[in-house]
Design a binder for this molecule. Structure first.
Ligand code: ATP
Ligand code: MG
Ligand code: MG
Length: 360
């Protein structure tokens, strides 16, 4: 297709639209509010996600539709699917936007994950604590991101407080994992099942928000294979088309060295380094996949550290713009609110020879 419809107008949509444009494709955005993507897309339709007539008319003007955030109502995506293909698909959306469905789906595939239980109300506290224990984390079942809607319990008697803290919303209780570090697998799957992966970044979070992603990671080679196997099994089971970000905890040498935390059915913040350290980055590969094109090489030509510019960090842009080998990306958001992702910088380094021993 030559017009890519994108549901959502955030920075991910913006970078997808730029990638589409570079390939001679047009991006058409649908969103309930204008956002960073509207400024660069060929056109934008502003409408509610429950305005199914409007969203259907939007879809009819495109060749294929994708989404840039996982909270697009499934009903909206289903309306689109009546007129145009929706990629990565409805199933990934439905599963990823509900933490309990997500964890249950992962478990049903036999993939490793932290112990978890559903907590819909105080009546579930005892059974959940029996399954999961403490220390643990209570996470709202829907709409959480950047560590929002989460409360930690050091001991079982704190579950009531934790439930109040997240606003008495249906939640999952998850065992606290004493991980060495976090990694993610960025995998792209084409319409005929062709699958490529990027090198695995090591991800560092601060205050629940991704701060840096670094390649190469310290993940040993044997465990990299396992990480890729986990992500491929998931993508295949979802019938996935496009780029998926699969977040994992690395716990070190163990029967299961990696535990799957969550996946994002879209391009992922921990993959932003691919824009500058690979010939074809995650945004372009997602566009290629959804458009039914051949995928592009995911090989990394440089070592790289991506740093998110959060809130006031963005004030440093003039220095960053002048820094050698730093690739600056700004999202064009006007207000640098605390915790808001304003841009990122990819710092490139010559590719190290021995990826196993490079320390971070
Ligand atoms: P995102 O912005 O990645 O979508 P989110 O709000 O959906 O984040 P998670 O990714 O589940 O939430 O959690 C945010 C961070 O909190 C994780 O990256 C990790 O650092 C920490 N965390 C989450 N779950 C656990 C756990 N079970 N054990 C230890 N740390 C955890
Ligand atoms: Mg999440
Ligand atoms: Mg996460």
């Amino acid at each position: 297709g030559s017009t890519i419809g994108i549901l959502g107008a955030g920075q991910l949509g913006r970078m997808l639209a730029v990638a589409a444009s570079r390939l001679g494709l047009k991006a058409h955005i649908y969103s309930d509010v204008p956002g960073p993507a509207s400024d660069v897309a060929a056109s934008t339709t502003i409408g509610a996600y429950d305005d199914l007539a409007k969203i259907t008319a939007f879809a009819a003007e495109t060749d294929v539709v994708t989404y840039e955030f996982e909270n697009v109502p499934v009903s909206a995506a289903a309306a689109v699917e009546k007129v145009r293909p929706v990629r990565p698909g409805l199933k990934p959306l439905e599963v990823a936007q509900d933490r309990f469905k997500e964890k249950s789906f992962i478990a049903s595939l036999g993939l490793p994950l932290p112990r978890f239980a559903l907590v819909e109300g105080p009546g579930d506290f005892a059974a959940a604590l029996e399954t999961v224990g403490a220390p643990s984390i209570l996470k709202s079942r829907r709409l959480g991101y950047d560590g929002k809607g989460q409360a930690r319990l050091a001991s079982p008697d704190q579950i009531g407080e934790a439930f109040e803290a997240i606003g008495r919303a249906p939640a999952t209780l998850e065992a606290m994992v004493n991980f060495q570090f976090e990694v993610s697998v960025l995998l792209v799957r084409g319409i005929n099942g062709e699958t490529l992966v990027y090198d695995i970044p090591q991800n560092h979070h601060e205050g629940g928000i991704l701060r840096t992603s670094t390649v190469p990671s310290r993940l040993p080679a044997a465990h990299r294979e396992r990480a890729i196997e986990i992500a491929s099994t998931l993508a295949e089971a979802l019938g996935y088309v496009g780029l998926i970000g699969v977040e994992m905890f690395y716990v070190g040498d163990a029967l299961e060295p990696l535990l799957l935390n969550e996946f994002a059915p879209r391009v992922h913040n921990s993959g932003h380094w691919t824009m500058d350290a690979c010939a074809v980055g995650q945004f372009e590969n997602h566009i290629r996949a959804v458009a039914g094109w051949p995928l592009g090489a995911t090989e990394r030509h440089s070592d790289c550290q991506m740093t998110n510019l959060i809130g006031d960090d963005v004030a440093a842009w003039p220095q960053l713009a002048g820094e050698a080998n730093a690739c600056l990306h700004l999202y064009g958001k006007n207000k640098a609110l605390p915790g808001r992702k304003m841009g990122h910088v990819n710092r490139l380094f010559p590719r190290s020879v021995d990826v196993e021993t490079r320390s971070l």
